[in-house]
Design a binder for this molecule. Sequence first.
Ligand SMILES: [Zn+2]
Length: 459
Amino acid sequence: MKIRSLFILSLFWLCEVTAQTDSSIIAQMYRTALTKGQSYQMLEQLAGGIGGRLSGSPQSYKAVAWGKKVMEKWGFDSVWLQPCMVPHWVRGAKEECSVKYSKGKLFTSEKLRICALGGSMATPKEGITAEIVMVDSVSELAKLGEAKVKGKIVFFSRPMDRAKITTFEAYGGAVDQRYSGPSEAAQYGAVGTIVRSMDIGISDYPHTGTMKYNDSFPKVPCGAISTQAAEDLMKILKTDPHAKLYMKMNCKTLPDTLSYNVVGEIRGSEKPEEIICVGGHLDSWDNGDGAHDDGAGCVHSIEAVRLFKALGIRPKRTIRAVLFMNEENGVRGGNKYAELAKLNNEKHIVAIESDGGGHVPKGFGMSGASEEQMKKFMEFAKLFQPYHVYEFTNHGGGTDIGPLREQGVPQMGFIPDSQRYFDLHHTEIDIMKNVNRRELELGSATIGAMLYLLSEYGL
Ligand SMILES: [Zn+2]
């Protein structure tokens, strides 16, 4: 055999061996996560034990202390807190909402399930009562203008598009009504707004979420009603267009307060200066216990790094788990993380986020990568096939890692199955009981495997 072919053969053999080593390490990661995993137990402590953790709440501080303690317990090389100021909004006593309308000659009243949107102001003590203007979009609202809107409560009624296969797309197509609807309505003199919840189905759980007031217009109270309540209200308005809505909300915005991101890492053995970070957000809405959004992402991240410890693997590059504070109503934690990364001249080769819940893993999406990086990413995909993880796309990221984009860091989003996510997102049923242990553990293993490949080969 010629030397050249011998060389090619040995190179081929080497590649085979590496591929075998990689696949066997990945197999060990899945096995460990599924048989001796800690994801579910950690989530029981965080979501089940501590509960909903809105920024500034007592639970959010408990969550910070918890995150630091567990990462120290798993023996990460270093664990630290990054202080950042966060908004502090409180919901107050339970909201009330009802509609009064005429049924033939009789007046009748029906209760509607509502929750205040995060950041909303309160109604006056006696609540607000006004006629309702139903619109399916901000542009329809603009057409009606002040003549039809002044003194009324605007009801944004457009549902999420059920035909979309990726429910996040359906969410993206409807959420403007929640986020900017209140100020859009206030500019025409509305006294309050309600929005059909961002729920892909019909249920009686109102979904909260953040909104933003435009300082150029008056501030009005705003809430979300359940999709069932929205359906009922639409029918009522057909029979009585002069039906009156009553809403009462008791929320309040307190001064900003100090909180923290929690960061823990294992230093790389060969290229410690190259950082791969993976994170979820530690804060959650207050109505459930934030088990899926985003307790799952937090424990995915911790567990993915812990698997290296459990298997005695020293990563070649530094791997870092980040529990971001305040994703839900400000992204102050994500901004602070990027600011410090820049200040400290850190070199992130990629940032990964898990913020789509704890359902069955399907893959990863990546944005902001070069053609070469994308090619490498697609090469990794093959190693995930035995785990039925097939979705590798050129679109992905996360809200908390978003601010790193300015520094040229490629953004990778972990993709779990999204079909059931918007049944519970931001509701009282986003709770531990609705997390499937096996699905959660598979997610941690999938992220662990991706961390392993990135730490071995870079991007
Ligand atoms: Zn989230």
